[in-house]
Design a protein around this ligand. Structure first.
Ligand SMILES: [Fe+2]
Ligand SMILES: [Fe+2]
Length: 170
């Protein structure tokens, strides 16, 4: 998509969510991203453990990938649980005078996820399997690619659309 139309499409999406309001957006985030991450990480971790065990002698074996995914999942599950238990209820109640604090905390954790995604890209050569990769290896990298795309979209919706609805000057 040319840059201008990509920007225009982005604006339209932002406007649509802003009009729909925080309750609809929060509902979408929980169902489309929080629930999906909770299901996709355990599958990817199990696949990574298998691939690392079977292909440990392969020069491109993604050593440490399962552990890295497990660390990402641990942090994310806790992050999402706090959004669902604390931040989102404050938003659904119409906001709170000190809501900027939990929002800043979540934004900082999103930056940590960006760092984790860089390491994920490094471990998987940008989710590109070697030419002789087996089916499980290909499936694993496709799962990592889905996780990457979903996490980026999830954080973009929160950072760029949901959080600014509750911050001064937005
Ligand atoms: Fe979230
Ligand atoms: Fe978040």
């Amino acid at each position: 998509m040319p840059f201008d139309s990509a920007v225009a499409a982005e604006r339209m999406l932002e406007n649509a969510w802003t009009q729909a309001g925080p309750a609809a957006l929060i509902d979408h985030i929980v169902q489309r991203f929080h629930d999906v991450h909770r299901a996709q990480f355990p599958k990817a971790i199990a696949l990574a453990r298998r691939v690392e065990a079977v292909h440990q002698d392969h020069p491109r074996c993604p050593r440490g990938l399962a552990d890295h995914l497990a660390v990402m999942a641990d942090h994310l599950i806790s992050h999402q649980a706090r959004e669902e238990a604390v931040l989102f209820p404050l938003m659904l109640a119409g906001g709170h005078p000190i809501i900027g604090h939990p929002i800043s905390r979540m934004e900082a954790e999103h930056r940590d996820v960006d760092e984790q995604l860089l390491r994920l890209a490094m471990l998987t050569t940008d989710c590109t399997p070697p030419t002789d990769a087996c089916g499980s290896w290909r499936l694993l990298y496709r799962a990592c690619q889905e996780i990457t795309g979903d996490l980026r979209e999830h954080m973009r919706l929160e950072n760029n659309i949901l959080f600014p609805m509750f911050l001064d000057g937005s």
